[in-house]
Design a protein around this ligand. Sequence first.
Ligand SMILES: [Zn+2]
Length: 187
Amino acid sequence: MWKKTWNDPVGSKLISVGLGTIIAFLLAFIYSRYTNETFEVVFEKIVFYKVEIELYIAILIIFGFFITQAIIRKIIKFFKDGRPERIDPIQKSNQLKIDDFIKRNNIKRYSDGFTCRYITQKSKYDILPFVHTLSFFCDLHDTPLKLFGDRCPDSSCKNNKRTVNKHIEKNNIESYVLNDWYSIDFD
Ligand SMILES: [Zn+2]
């Protein structure tokens, strides 16, 4: 349809006049914004071909400025977020091993019925993990009882007479954690 209209002498003339008017309108709008001349004056100048050479040059400079700016923006955008971030596969694999280590459910059972559950965390400043929280329980009940102080809260339990030295146990557990950490096979 476009081709047919373009080949038709009346149609092509209409398109030319239409496009010409739109272009003249845009040019007049831009030029009048950067000069003292009003839109009407510039528009009239363009339409009636009373255009001076400087006006064309000014328009070219303005368009050139906008086009260059648009291109530079596109280039900056491309380099900023156009490229997907590359993740080093070795680094990723090692990170997964660290995550597994930290997330695992740590539990230490003692022969006398005491149990210690603990959480390890990775230090922000030091690569080595540390024991974050320790909770001691007496396992000689249907529901393991959390120790009250350093002994089982149930006075009828034999672990009510025994005590756990939490400081020594924390240190021992940290030794196990570090030993496990050093045995991780990092890539
Ligand atoms: Zn108990």
